[in-house]
Design a protein around this ligand. Structure first.
Ligand code: SF4
Ligand code: SF4
Ligand code: SF4
Length: 263
């Protein structure tokens, strides 16, 4: 993982002639590598360490201090202005091309919304999944329409509006995410039903190289893995079409809890 991030860091540093990219992706790569190492030595909160290191960096340093809107509105904004940096690079690496390699690793190890939601008490969903995934397409369309309308109406000071949109958008995500978690007894309900970013993440992670696989020769069908999965994935099915397969956040709770080491 460190090698992947370091390659991106050096490539962007040299092609964009901007030292920030070397620092940015080296930091994220080091945080991910630390998490992988801690997982290897069986530290129970390994994923959370990486999630806090990366999530806080993005929220506080990139978002609040540097004024980059890293939400989906920021992605549309930079895309419309034709500037390939900041949020566009973040989306390309973490949410569009990256998932071809590491699936929804962003959701498990870097997202600053889930970083807070994962502190809530419903780590394992208490109720069956609801058919509410269509809501994410509405939030996705709303974000696009919002930014497009600003451009079409030639509104001045869009950069400033984007900064405030980042603050208001994050506050709204936290409020809705926390309320939904308590209402549905599921920390990740926001991820499953509301988050617009999943519109990018789901189809790309379908092809992910890194994914949980089940060794059928070892599996005794005890069901322990499915009972601890926060995303309701059927990880015992090795096909790409497995139930909720594109929702896997690579948290490895299933693997940690498998008594036969089959995952
Ligand atoms: S689905 Fe959205 S809110 Fe949930 S972890 Fe992924 S990016 Fe974050
Ligand atoms: S926990 Fe392990 S042994 Fe049990 S069903 Fe899952 S993969 Fe099979
Ligand atoms: S428990 Fe396993 S299948 Fe479920 S999200 Fe985590 S890694 Fe993916």
């Amino acid at each position: 993982m460190l090698a992947i991030f370091e390659s991106v860091a050096i490539a962007l540093w040299l092609t964009m002639d901007n030292l920030f990219y070397l620092f940015n992706f080296s930091y994220i790569g080091a945080a991910v590598a630390l998490g992988v190492f801690l997982y290897g030595v069986k530290y129970k909160h390994a994923r959370r360490v990486t999630q806090l290191l990366v999530g806080l960096y993005m929220l506080v340093y990139l978002g609040l201090i540097s004024g980059e809107n890293m939400q989906i509105e920021g992605f549309w904004y930079y895309l419309f202005t034709g500037v390939f940096e900041a949020a566009t690079i973040h989306y390309a690496v973490a949410k569009i091309l990256g998932p071809l390699v590491f699936g929804r690793g962003f959701c498990g190890y870097a997202c600053w919304t889930a970083m807070v939601l994962d502190f809530l008490p419903y780590k394992i969903p208490k109720k069956p999944r609801k058919k509410l995934g269509w809501i994410r397409y509405i939030t996705f369309a709303a974000s696009l329409i919002f930014v497009a309308a600003l451009f079409l109406a030639h509104v001045g000071g869009i950069e400033r509006i984007m900064f405030w949109a980042f603050i208001v958008g994050n506050a709204a995500y936290y409020a809705v995410g926390i309320a939904l978690a308590f209402a549905l007894h599921d920390n990740r309900a926001f991820c499953k039903y509301i988050c617009p970013i999943a519109v990018f993440l789901k189809p790309m992670s379908y092809f992910s190289i890194l994914r949980v696989k089940c060794d059928k020769n070892k599996c005794v069908s005890c069901g322990k893995c499915k009972s601890v999965c926060p995303m309701d994935v059927d990880m015992t099915d090795n096909s790409r079409k497995r139930k909720n397969g594109t929702d896997c956040i690579l948290c490895f709770e299933c693997a940690k809890n498998c008594p036969k080491n089959a995952l």
